[in-house]
Write a protein that binds this ligand. Structure first.
Ligand SMILES: [Zn+2]
Length: 156
């Protein structure tokens, strides 16, 4: 019988594993939100810390504040993400007191470009969804984002 997989367009890992909390080889289902971030710690057993940047609009100053999200995610043996990897994580049922995400894919190794590309894609999706409700705000965010990217590429 074919396993149901994660229900996302993601290529399953080549390695097999016997981890019950693996979305590919165990019985763990994923639902909810998906994020892409860096692994900043792989010191815990089968757990990694994933961090990714986000921006918060501060209306008083009409500027964006840089913030970051830090989340613990389960790291199945077949994926075995290491520190510095860019990974995609998906929400699951609570796996422990502080863990309710699982690593579903290693996108690249310390490749910041790829992460930014991924981020831009996600942002675009959100903007598309928001358009109906707050089109002006979304446009503004998009513009600010574009400007930021431009300046980044110029610097390189
Ligand atoms: Zn597995």
């Amino acid at each position: 019988m074919k396993k149901k997989g994660v229900g996302l367009s993601i290529t399953p890992p080549k390695k097999e594993c016997s981890d019950d909390k693996c979305p590919f080889h165990g019985r763990l289902g994923v639902r909810g939100r998906i994020f892409t971030g860096f692994v900043t710690s792989d010191k815990m057993a089968r757990t990694v810390t994933v961090v990714w940047p986000r921006r918060l609009y501060v209306s008083k100053y009409e500027r964006y504040e840089k913030k970051k999200s830090k989340i613990k995610a389960h790291n199945p043996e077949c994926i075995n993400a290491k520190k510095g990897d860019v990974v995609r994580i998906a929400e699951t049922r609570p796996l422990s007191k502080t863990k309710h995400f699982v690593v579903i894919e290693v996108v690249g190794k310390e490749s910041r470009k790829e992460l930014l590309k991924e981020e831009a894609l996600q942002e675009a999706e959100v903007v598309e969804k928001k358009k109906g409700i707050a089109s002006e705000e979304a446009e503004e965010a998009k513009e600010a984002r574009g400007d930021k990217k431009k300046s980044k590429s110029e610097r390189k």
